[in-house]
Structure formats: C-alpha cells, structure tokens
Design a protein around this ligand. Structure first.
Ligand SMILES: *[C@@H]1O[C@H](CO)[C@@H](O)[C@H](O)[C@H]1NC(C)=O
Ligand SMILES: *[C@@H]1O[C@H](CO)[C@@H](O)[C@H](O)[C@H]1NC(C)=O
Ligand SMILES: *[C@@H]1O[C@H](CO)[C@@H](O)[C@H](O)[C@H]1NC(C)=O
Length: 179
C-alpha cells in the first residue's frame, strides 16, 4: 500500500513537472471547491489567472452525480445537455487541454446546470498578454521571482528529494536488519 502511494506520488510529481517545463498551466475549475452545484464559476473564472492555449483544465467531482460536457455557447446559456460537443467525463479527476484561442463552455447534465454547474472559459493565444509586458532585468538583490512556472518546478524537486531520502533510509534499514 505504501509502495502504491509512493508510485502515485512520484507519477503526480513527474506529470506536474512535465507540465511546468512545457510552460503549460493546470487550472483547477472552481479552485478548492471543485466541480459541484452552487459554485459561481463566472466568479471563479474572473479571479483565475489568464488561461493560455495549451493550458489544461482539471475538474474534480463526484462522478456518481455529476459530469463534464463541452457544449456550445447557446447550450451553455440555456443549459441544454443534448447533442453536446464533447464528453470530458472519466473518473472524476478529469483533464482537458485547451488547444485553441477561443471560448470553451462546459456544463454538467442531470439538471445541475440549473444550479450553476456551468463554466465559460476564454482561452487566449500565448503571445497575447505578453504584448504589453516588457521584460525587465531584475536587480541582483531582488528576491527570486515567485511565478507559477518556477514554483511548479521547485516544489516537485523538493518532494522528489524527500521521497529519495525516505527510499534511501528504507534501503539502509532493511540492509542493516538483514545483517
Ligand atoms: C456570479 O458572479 C458574477 C460576477 O462575479 C455575478 O455577476 C453573477 O451575478 C453571479 N451569479 C450568481 C448566480 O450569483
Ligand atoms: C449548439 O448546439 C445545439 C445542440 O447541439 C444546437 O441545436 C445549436 O444549433 C448549436 N448552436 C450553434 C450556434 O452552433
Ligand atoms: C460520458 O462518458 C462517461 C465515461 O465514458 C460515461 O460513463 C457517460 O455515460 C458519458 N456521458 C454522456 C452524457 O454521454
């Protein structure tokens, strides 16, 4: 069981690192609330950082009740779940990559759309938004930048280091006991 947990942890760390290295962000829909009724997803999107082409959405939900369907704008506005564009639902921790600079619309069927379970996200091209950002040279004394890309890489590295220490200690202990 511990071994399984460790494999899962390492897999998550490696995937997170890969997404970070590729410059893509993972946006958790609804933040800590996840995907459920009575969350204002318009409000979530308004406060979420910019979503760029290539970024991913992750929906955390209880698949016994809810699902994630991509729909068009009309269906989003009117909560129509018939003839959807794409079914994103898998196990309840489902990711979808946003590959085009456009608006994407998702809802949950089963009547939950009428309880606010719908989200519209606007995806912008990578070079948009960078236009009005002039690169500046940071002074040598400034603190390391805290942008998401660097923390995505640094945090997993620390986790890997900790896991490695645990493994090495476990091996040492078993060798010691064997003698
Ligand atoms: C959700 O939030 C948006 C703005 O953040 C607001 O305009 C809208 O009225 C809210 N919707 C509901 C149902 O409360
Ligand atoms: C949106 O999807 C619905 C359901 O498939 C369809 O009836 C409608 O014509 C579509 N609207 C647009 C603008 O594509
Ligand atoms: C969406 O896909 C899931 C998993 O394949 C499936 O269980 C579910 O019935 C599908 N939902 C719809 C509305 O097609």
């Amino acid at each position: 069981m511990a071994a399984v947990a460790m494999v899962v942890a390492i897999t998550v760390v490696v995937m997170t690192t890969m997404i970070g290295v590729m410059g893509e962000d993972l946006h958790r829909v609804g933040g800590s609330k996840g995907w459920r009724p009575d969350v204002n997803y318009t409000d979530w999107f308004a406060h979420e950082k910019t979503i760029y082409v290539g970024d991913w959405l992750i929906f955390y939900f209880d698949k016994r009740y809810y699902n994630v369907l991509e729909v068009n704008k009309t269906s989003y506005e009117q909560c129509i779940d018939k003839d959807f564009v794409k079914n994103v639902t898998r196990g309840g921790r489902d990711v979808v990559q946003l590959t085009e600079p456009r608006a994407y619309y998702y809802l949950s069927s089963g009547g939950y759309c009428f309880h606010q379970m719908r989200v519209a996200v606007n995806v912008v091209a990578k070079d948009e938004g960078k236009d009005h950002h002039t690169p500046t040279i940071a002074p040598a004394s400034s603190a390391p930048s805290q942008n998401s890309a660097s923390s995505i890489i640094i945090v997993p590295s620390i986790v890997i280091a900790c896991i490695w220490i645990v493994i090495v200690n476990a091996i040492n202990v078993s060798l010691f006991n064997f003698k």
